[in-house]
Design a protein around this ligand. Structure first.
Ligand code: 13P
Ligand code: SF4
Length: 365
């Protein structure tokens, strides 16, 4: 096997019709069936998602994949941090592949290890809390190096489905929680646990003392990194108001990466898995307005023709998730068939060891 990292896939793939590309993926998948496992996140476009052997939210995919140890190659149709998590949890001999190297999560990149490391002692000093009484919590949408920092400092990863539980644990385990990178998930979970507005403080990257006053930090129990998902921030309270008028019977359900003003107006909130099961469990004839990525909303609408399903805001396409096209998947499979591994995602062992601690901590909560 040889290894290649590259973004462009070669002009020959651009000459293939969509139908031919799909046909060839099917044939390659059959040919390599004993050696590969294709994983597809819910936000992947249907032409890619249809080939997934396993689908799910980011954590479910990594956990389930880790149980499948007889496949040599895990092809992760999702974004970079998900492939890293799969590599951390996979067996040593398994190789994780990301079909498009540009498929990153912009929010995950908003908290780098360097920035978090620099903010850590500054926060301790400004909040007058000893560093070992600060508990770091990172959303799974973060790099392996940030997860490693969290592991080294006795903290935990969380996902959109267990953020409240993990935050509760963190609040009980120290004097102050430092939550990154998604301020919205952190704020929504904090308020759902009953914290008041002045107990939840925003740390602004690049500003001295995170732009916080000593007084603000005195009352703080959770300090939020100022990261955000630009896709989920395209949903506004006005959208909820409009849908209440347009379809008064609809249940409005949103992902917790949406801003708190939207969450408070919605009927339900939860991870992609939770949204999928809520809609599946809904009565025939029921009406749903969904605030999350558009590929998932459109798929739900197709899967449930007996229900009325709309997107809270039509503009919520995640461009990096969407970067993975059928041609990228075919390119990966063609290369594997010819003995080349393209776009391997490999977390260095020392980082993987520390990052694993923060993932294991989450699983233990
Ligand atoms: P889930 O873990 O809920 O699938 O969310 C991942 C994500 O990137 C949401 O934007
Ligand atoms: Fe990242 Fe947002 Fe895209 Fe999810 S939807 S992968 S959080 S940018």
């Amino acid at each position: 096997m040889s290894y290649v990292q590259q973004i462009d896939i070669g002009a020959k793939y651009l000459g293939l019709t969509p139908e031919k590309t799909i046909e060839r993926i099917g044939a390659r998948k059959k040919e390599l069936a004993d050696r590969i496992l294709i994983l597809g996140h819910h936000y992947q476009q249907d032409d890619v998602y249809q080939f997934a052997d396993l689908s799910g939210d980011s954590l479910k995919l990594s956990r389930e994949a880790a149980k499948i140890i007889d496949k040599e190659f895990l092809i992760f149709c999702g974004v970079h941090f998900m492939a890293e998590a799969a590599d951390i949890l996979a067996a040593e001999r398994q190789i994780v592949i990301l079909p498009h190297l540009d498929a990153g999560c912009p929010m995950a990149e908003m908290s780098t290890r360097g920035a978090v490391e620099a903010a850590w002692p500054e926060l301790a000093q400004a909040a007058k809390v000893s560093q070992d009484r600060i508990i770091p919590v990172t959303y799974v949408n973060s790099s392996a190096t940030v997860k490693a920092f969290v592991g080294e400092h006795g903290g935990s990863v969380c996902t959109s489905s267990n953020a409240n539980k993990v935050l509760e644990w963190a609040l009980d385990s120290g004097d102050l929680v430092f939550f990154f990178p998604d301020q919205h998930l952190g704020r929504n979970a904090s308020f759902q646990l009953g914290l008041s507005e002045d107990e939840v403080v925003l740390w602004k990257r690049g500003e001295p003392m995170g732009g916080c006053s000593a007084k603000e930090l005195e009352n703080a129990r959770v300090v939020l990194w100022d990261g955000y998902c630009e896709v989920h921030m395209r949903s506004f309270p006005e959208h909820v108001h409009q849908w209440r008028v347009q379809d008064a019977n609809a249940t409005i359900i949103v992902h917790p990466e949406c801003r708190n003003e939207v969450l408070r107006l919605a009927d339900l909130s939860g991870s992609t898995e939770m949204i999928i099961s809520a809609v599946a469990d809904g009565k025939p004839g029921s009406s749903w307005v969904i605030g999350t990525e558009i590929n998932l909303v459109h798929r739900l609408a197709r899967l449930h023709p007996d229900k009325t399903i709309h997107s809270l805001s039509e503009s919520c396409l995640c461009p990096t998730m969407d970067a993975v096209k059928p041609a990228n998947l075919l390119w990966v499979l063609d290369n594997l068939a010819e003995g080349r591994v393209v776009n391997r995602i490999q977390v260095p062992p020392d980082i993987a060891r520390q990052a694993r601690k923060s993932l294991d901590q989450m699983l233990a909560i």
